[in-house]
Design a protein around this ligand. Sequence first.
Ligand SMILES: Cc1cc2nc3c(=O)[nH]c(=O)nc-3n(C[C@H](O)[C@H](O)[C@H](O)COP(=O)(O)O)c2cc1C
Length: 210
Amino acid sequence: MNLLESLEWRYATKKMNGNTVPQEKLDYILEAARLAPSSSGLQPYEIFVITDKELLEKIKPIAFNQSQITDCSHLLVWAAWDGYSLEKIEATFHKILADRGLPLTQMDDYKNMLWSMYEPRGKEWQSVHTAKQAYISFSMAIAAAAEQQVDATPMEGFNPEELDKLLGLSEKGLKSAVILPLGYRDAANDWNANLKKVRKPINEFVHELN
Ligand SMILES: Cc1cc2nc3c(=O)[nH]c(=O)nc-3n(C[C@H](O)[C@H](O)[C@H](O)COP(=O)(O)O)c2cc1C
């Protein structure tokens, strides 16, 4: 299947069958998430992979009792930085420069320019910005899962404050942004499995300004 065929194949799976996604497929999906681009390359988010059954049972009511939380093989949680800081920006730029064998001061001007833009916008704006970056990675994971014929349910249907509390994210300076159960469809019991994929027609979606 090429990419478009995989994206046609995938759907927001409502009922999973509990089967386990092999480690190599999980690794592939996580690598696609890691390779996602992000603004200034800051990757201001981390991913938590949850398989602990007791923990998943606790997450389920926080996610409106959606059955995929406990029927999935792995639950991925994108947790975004709760804001930027000069130290965090600097640490990331130092890693980029060190990995490339470049002088660690090379991005100092850019770092200061970035912080002079981000700092006055405040924590709330920063937190929305970090979450936006997390969604790009989330999207890559959805596409990679489809390519691997692994089902997934993109999910915002959960209470982020309660999930943060349960996973101890605030102490780590993180906020849950979005979650993705991975697994395999239970097609016979999934009302969404065989519905036509509906999207806006291309002429209403794409506007060519020639
Ligand atoms: C950010 C985001 C959040 C979503 N949250 C949920 C959710 O909590 N539960 C759910 O069953 N589906 C959820 N969906 C699935 C969408 O309803 C679904 O992707 C959309 O209707 C298009 O259908 P398709 O993914 O099957 O092609 C979410 C999708 C996205 C992208």
